[in-house]
Design a protein around this ligand. Structure first.
Ligand code: SF4
Ligand code: SF4
Length: 284
């Protein structure tokens, strides 16, 4: 069972929701931090680091003594990561997607592959929460392989909460595409509504069942509520605009620990998500 927590834009409270949902569980639960450009779930859960592994991606290396300068490799590469300039091709590792196509097409066997470190996957234990965090190496922009490496570490049959990157770009799709349920966190503002619409469109395209959590209810207006009602999208929970939540977040504490009146919201939400005991809209 995988519950993905996502948002059309950053700053909506996605991390707060994902970490508190995991913490409120009374049994073992996996929390995947797939916001690999800026993972911060560990700041709140404060678990013990159990394991850290490197994520490598194969990038081509050209043996110029074997290269005949045919240019087949650069014509094949859609990412312009290997470019024929003069006699022999040049490789730009930061553009390479590690597809291996140039290796296969090279007629002389001049191209081999060597590993390039693109990130790390760290496993923390925080009570009954197993946190698996992906982190991109500084200067690397290729998030999906690191996200896949995080997801590969889930043992079969586990209950998983996945904290997706913000937005609706490739890393988000790589994170949430096979989730059982997608919980979209938004706020009742014009920006929140605009980005929620994009996230809903993504969920529908991926055919992932989805519902909405509206955070900071009390700011903005009713247009997010009206939109969800008009589209038949379930509003699964609402969290009021409470300055104390922001203060709690800024100190790296958990909302359910410092503001126990919110524990019931997260407990009910987690239970509903796990049991499907409400009408989550099935994507069409
Ligand atoms: S491995 Fe793929 S992406 Fe990388 S240089 Fe070769 S063809 Fe291009
Ligand atoms: S395909 Fe092979 S032989 Fe042709 S230019 Fe590229 S590296 Fe050289």
């Amino acid at each position: 069972m995988m519950i993905a927590v996502a948002s059309g834009k950053g700053g909506t409270g996605k991390t707060t929701v994902a970490t508190n949902l995991a913490r409120v569980s009374e049994t073992e639960i996996y929390l995947l931090d797939c916001d690999v450009e800026e993972p911060n779930d560990h700041l709140f859960l404060k678990g013990e680091l159990k394991r850290e592994v490197k994520v490598n991606m194969p990038v081509p290396t050209v043996d110029t003594s074997l290269c005949n300068g045919c240019g087949e490799c650069s014509r094949l590469c859609a990412f312009h990561a290997i470019v024929s300039i003069g006699t022999h091709p040049l490789v730009f590792p930061e553009l390479c997607h590690g597809c291996g196509g140039c290796v296969k097409i090279c007629p002389t066997g001049a191209i081999s592959e060597s590993p390039r470190e693109i990130g790390t996957v760290s496993t923390y234990q925080a009570d009954h929460v197993v946190l698996i965090e992906g982190r991109l190496t500084v200067g690397v922009s290729l998030a999906p392989p690191v996200i896949r490496a995080v997801r590969d570490r889930i043992p079969p049959g586990k209950t998983v909460i996945l904290d997706a990157p913000p937005g609706t770009s490739c890393p988000v799709v790589a994170s949430v595409r096979d989730a059982d349920i997608l919980l979209l966190v938004t706020e009742p503002t014009p920006f929140g509504l605009n980005d929620l619409k994009l996230a809903i469109a993504m969920a529908r395209e991926l055919s992932v069942p989805h519902g909405v959590l509206i955070n900071r209810v009390g700011v903005g207006d009713s247009r997010v509520h009206d939109y969800c009602q008009g589209e038949g999208i379930s509003i699964l929970a609402e969290i009021p605009d409470d300055r104390r939540i922001a203060e709690t977040y800024s100190t790296g504490a958990m909302v359910i620990d410092t503001l126990p009146e919110y524990r019931a919201i997260f407990q009910t939400l987690l239970n509903d998500l796990l049991t499907g005991s409400f009408g989550i809209r099935k994507a069409t």
